[in-house]
Design a protein around this ligand. Structure first.
Ligand code: SF4
Ligand code: SF4
Length: 76
């Protein structure tokens, strides 16, 4: 199962780039996963504060995680 990055949720924080053991996530205009390098470990998805990385075909982000991240950002 491939992981993909949803551009509309990504805030370009680079957490996923740091988390990827295969160096498979590249930043060009948007962050993209090089599927030829990805081993589908899920580390990037776990590291993403916006739940912007999902298994292909699973497009529903987890709203609770996203909300708590936004609260941390704006309720300081
Ligand atoms: S699933 Fe694993 S190997 Fe693939 S891009 Fe994410 S962190 Fe890298
Ligand atoms: S961790 Fe998530 S929000 Fe941050 S750059 Fe990667 S996909 Fe975008």
């Amino acid at each position: 199962m491939n992981y993909v990055i949803k551009d509309d949720l990504c805030i370009a924080c680079s957490s996923c780039v740091d988390a990827c053991p295969m160096d498979a996530i590249k930043e060009s205009e948007v962050f993209v996963i090089d599927q030829s390098l990805c081993v589908a470990c899920g580390a990037c998805a776990d590291s993403c504060p916006m739940d912007a990385i999902v298994k292909e075909g699973e497009s529903d982000p987890k709203p609770v995680k996203k909300r708590s991240f936004l609260q941390k950002l704006f309720m300081k």
